[in-house]
Design a protein around this ligand. Structure first.
Ligand SMILES: *[C@@H]1O[C@H](CO)[C@@H](O)[C@H](O)[C@H]1NC(C)=O
Length: 183
Protein backbone atom coordinates (compact mmCIF):
# COMPACT_ATOMS: atom_id res chain seq x y z
CA UNK A 1 0.00 0.00 0.00
CA UNK A 2 2.79 2.33 0.77
CA UNK A 3 3.67 3.29 -2.72
CA UNK A 4 0.18 3.68 -4.01
CA UNK A 5 0.53 6.41 -6.61
CA UNK A 6 3.91 7.47 -5.34
CA UNK A 7 5.67 5.19 -7.75
CA UNK A 8 3.32 6.00 -10.56
CA UNK A 9 2.23 9.58 -10.73
CA UNK A 10 5.33 11.26 -9.45
CA UNK A 11 7.11 11.11 -12.75
CA UNK A 12 5.68 11.64 -16.17
CA UNK A 13 6.56 8.07 -16.82
CA UNK A 14 5.25 5.56 -14.38
CA UNK A 15 8.53 4.72 -12.81
CA UNK A 16 8.74 1.16 -11.68
CA UNK A 17 5.39 0.12 -13.09
CA UNK A 18 4.57 -2.40 -15.75
CA UNK A 19 2.86 -0.67 -18.66
CA UNK A 20 0.17 -2.82 -20.27
CA UNK A 21 -1.36 -2.26 -23.70
CA UNK A 22 -4.85 -0.87 -24.20
CA UNK A 23 -7.13 1.19 -22.00
CA UNK A 24 -7.96 0.71 -18.35
CA UNK A 25 -10.67 -1.87 -17.78
CA UNK A 26 -14.14 -0.58 -17.07
CA UNK A 27 -15.05 -1.15 -13.48
CA UNK A 28 -17.40 0.11 -10.83
CA UNK A 29 -16.57 0.81 -7.22
CA UNK A 30 -18.61 -0.31 -4.25
CA UNK A 31 -21.25 2.39 -4.53
CA UNK A 32 -22.67 1.81 -1.04
CA UNK A 33 -19.21 2.03 0.51
CA UNK A 34 -19.20 3.44 4.02
CA UNK A 35 -16.16 4.95 5.66
CA UNK A 36 -16.75 4.29 9.40
CA UNK A 37 -16.67 0.48 9.31
CA UNK A 38 -13.60 0.64 7.03
CA UNK A 39 -11.50 2.43 9.63
CA UNK A 40 -8.73 0.70 11.56
CA UNK A 41 -5.89 -1.57 10.57
CA UNK A 42 -5.64 -3.56 7.36
CA UNK A 43 -2.86 -5.98 6.50
CA UNK A 44 -1.68 -6.17 2.89
CA UNK A 45 -2.54 -9.73 1.96
CA UNK A 46 -1.42 -9.41 -1.65
CA UNK A 47 -0.51 -6.77 -4.19
CA UNK A 48 0.11 -6.57 -7.90
CA UNK A 49 3.70 -7.27 -8.74
CA UNK A 50 5.70 -4.11 -9.26
CA UNK A 51 9.45 -3.97 -9.73
CA UNK A 52 9.78 -1.22 -7.11
CA UNK A 53 8.19 -3.19 -4.33
CA UNK A 54 10.15 -6.39 -4.66
CA UNK A 55 10.98 -7.86 -1.30
CA UNK A 56 8.68 -5.70 0.77
CA UNK A 57 7.04 -7.55 3.63
CA UNK A 58 4.72 -6.90 6.53
CA UNK A 59 2.92 -4.02 4.79
CA UNK A 60 -0.12 -2.64 6.56
CA UNK A 61 -2.37 0.39 6.43
CA UNK A 62 -4.12 2.21 9.24
CA UNK A 63 -7.10 4.45 8.59
CA UNK A 64 -8.56 6.82 11.15
CA UNK A 65 -11.53 9.14 10.86
CA UNK A 66 -10.41 12.74 11.14
CA UNK A 67 -13.95 13.78 12.06
CA UNK A 68 -14.15 16.32 9.24
CA UNK A 69 -14.94 14.13 6.28
CA UNK A 70 -11.37 13.03 5.70
CA UNK A 71 -9.51 9.91 6.73
CA UNK A 72 -5.98 9.85 8.06
CA UNK A 73 -3.72 7.30 6.35
CA UNK A 74 -0.63 5.62 7.73
CA UNK A 75 1.03 3.02 5.50
CA UNK A 76 4.00 1.08 6.80
CA UNK A 77 6.02 -2.08 6.29
CA UNK A 78 9.50 -3.48 5.90
CA UNK A 79 11.83 -3.11 2.95
CA UNK A 80 13.67 -6.06 1.48
CA UNK A 81 16.64 -5.33 3.77
CA UNK A 82 14.38 -5.30 6.83
CA UNK A 83 14.34 -1.56 7.38
CA UNK A 84 11.08 0.05 8.46
CA UNK A 85 9.37 2.33 5.99
CA UNK A 86 6.22 4.41 6.40
CA UNK A 87 4.24 7.19 4.80
CA UNK A 88 1.37 9.33 6.02
CA UNK A 89 -1.43 10.96 4.13
CA UNK A 90 -5.16 11.38 3.94
CA UNK A 91 -8.10 10.21 1.93
CA UNK A 92 -11.25 12.03 0.97
CA UNK A 93 -14.42 10.71 -0.58
CA UNK A 94 -15.46 11.71 -4.09
CA UNK A 95 -18.96 12.00 -5.57
CA UNK A 96 -18.89 8.28 -6.32
CA UNK A 97 -19.23 5.78 -3.49
CA UNK A 98 -16.09 3.73 -3.03
CA UNK A 99 -14.04 5.99 -5.29
CA UNK A 100 -11.73 7.77 -2.88
CA UNK A 101 -8.99 10.29 -3.47
CA UNK A 102 -5.64 9.67 -1.84
CA UNK A 103 -3.17 12.35 -0.83
CA UNK A 104 0.19 11.12 0.40
CA UNK A 105 2.58 13.46 2.17
CA UNK A 106 5.33 14.51 -0.17
CA UNK A 107 3.48 13.30 -3.24
CA UNK A 108 2.28 16.27 -5.29
CA UNK A 109 -0.53 14.46 -7.06
CA UNK A 110 -3.81 12.96 -5.95
CA UNK A 111 -4.22 9.24 -6.46
CA UNK A 112 -7.22 7.03 -7.00
CA UNK A 113 -8.20 4.64 -4.24
CA UNK A 114 -11.04 2.59 -5.64
CA UNK A 115 -12.71 0.17 -3.29
CA UNK A 116 -14.14 -2.48 -5.60
CA UNK A 117 -15.48 -4.53 -2.73
CA UNK A 118 -15.14 -5.06 1.00
CA UNK A 119 -17.01 -6.83 3.77
CA UNK A 120 -15.30 -4.44 6.23
CA UNK A 121 -14.51 -7.26 8.65
CA UNK A 122 -12.44 -9.57 6.50
CA UNK A 123 -11.21 -8.33 3.15
CA UNK A 124 -11.01 -5.31 0.89
CA UNK A 125 -10.26 -5.17 -2.82
CA UNK A 126 -8.61 -1.90 -3.83
CA UNK A 127 -7.71 -0.87 -7.35
CA UNK A 128 -6.11 1.96 -9.24
CA UNK A 129 -5.62 2.24 -12.97
CA UNK A 130 -4.02 5.03 -14.86
CA UNK A 131 -4.28 5.49 -18.60
CA UNK A 132 -1.16 6.62 -20.39
CA UNK A 133 -2.18 8.40 -23.53
CA UNK A 134 -1.35 6.28 -26.50
CA UNK A 135 0.87 4.00 -24.48
CA UNK A 136 -1.47 1.81 -22.50
CA UNK A 137 -2.16 1.76 -18.80
CA UNK A 138 -0.67 0.89 -15.46
CA UNK A 139 -2.55 -0.84 -12.69
CA UNK A 140 -2.08 -1.19 -8.99
CA UNK A 141 -4.20 -3.47 -6.87
CA UNK A 142 -4.32 -4.74 -3.34
CA UNK A 143 -6.14 -7.32 -1.35
CA UNK A 144 -6.28 -6.09 2.22
CA UNK A 145 -7.20 -8.21 5.20
CA UNK A 146 -8.17 -7.57 8.79
CA UNK A 147 -5.90 -10.39 9.93
CA UNK A 148 -2.40 -11.40 8.74
CA UNK A 149 -3.92 -14.52 7.20
CA UNK A 150 -7.17 -14.68 5.25
CA UNK A 151 -9.69 -17.51 4.96
CA UNK A 152 -10.09 -19.06 1.54
CA UNK A 153 -13.69 -17.93 1.08
CA UNK A 154 -12.60 -14.34 1.72
CA UNK A 155 -9.66 -14.66 -0.65
CA UNK A 156 -12.12 -15.91 -3.26
CA UNK A 157 -14.51 -13.00 -2.65
CA UNK A 158 -11.67 -10.49 -2.79
CA UNK A 159 -10.37 -11.98 -6.06
CA UNK A 160 -13.85 -12.05 -7.59
CA UNK A 161 -14.06 -8.29 -7.17
CA UNK A 162 -11.27 -8.04 -9.74
CA UNK A 163 -12.13 -10.91 -12.08
CA UNK A 164 -15.68 -9.51 -12.38
CA UNK A 165 -14.15 -6.68 -14.39
CA UNK A 166 -11.68 -8.81 -16.29
CA UNK A 167 -8.76 -7.69 -14.14
CA UNK A 168 -6.11 -10.41 -14.15
CA UNK A 169 -5.57 -11.65 -10.61
CA UNK A 170 -2.53 -13.65 -11.69
CA UNK A 171 -0.66 -10.39 -11.18
CA UNK A 172 -1.12 -10.70 -7.43
CA UNK A 173 1.72 -11.82 -5.28
CA UNK A 174 1.22 -12.56 -1.60
CA UNK A 175 2.78 -10.18 0.90
CA UNK A 176 4.65 -12.10 3.60
CA UNK A 177 3.20 -11.28 7.01
CA UNK A 178 5.34 -13.52 9.19
CA UNK A 179 8.15 -12.54 11.54
CA UNK A 180 7.20 -8.89 11.31
CA UNK A 181 9.32 -6.93 13.76
CA UNK A 182 8.81 -3.18 13.78
CA UNK A 183 10.94 -0.61 15.61
C1 LIG B 1 -9.25 17.35 9.01
O1 LIG B 1 -8.70 16.98 10.24
C2 LIG B 1 -7.32 16.67 10.20
C3 LIG B 1 -6.91 16.14 11.56
O2 LIG B 1 -7.26 17.04 12.57
C4 LIG B 1 -6.53 17.89 9.77
O3 LIG B 1 -5.16 17.59 9.70
C5 LIG B 1 -7.03 18.33 8.40
O4 LIG B 1 -6.38 19.51 8.02
C6 LIG B 1 -8.54 18.56 8.42
N1 LIG B 1 -8.98 18.77 7.04
C7 LIG B 1 -9.95 19.62 6.73
C8 LIG B 1 -10.32 19.71 5.29
O5 LIG B 1 -10.53 20.31 7.56
Amino acid sequence: MRFLIATCLLAAVCHGQYVKPGPCPEFTTKLDFEIPPYMGKWYEYARFTTPDQTGQTCNYAEYADNGNGTVAVHNAGLEADGTYSEIYGWVEPSDVGGALLLHLNGVPVVGDYNVLDTDYEGYASVYSCQALLGLGHVEQAWILARTPALEQNKIDAAAAAFTNFGIDVNQFMATPQENCVFP
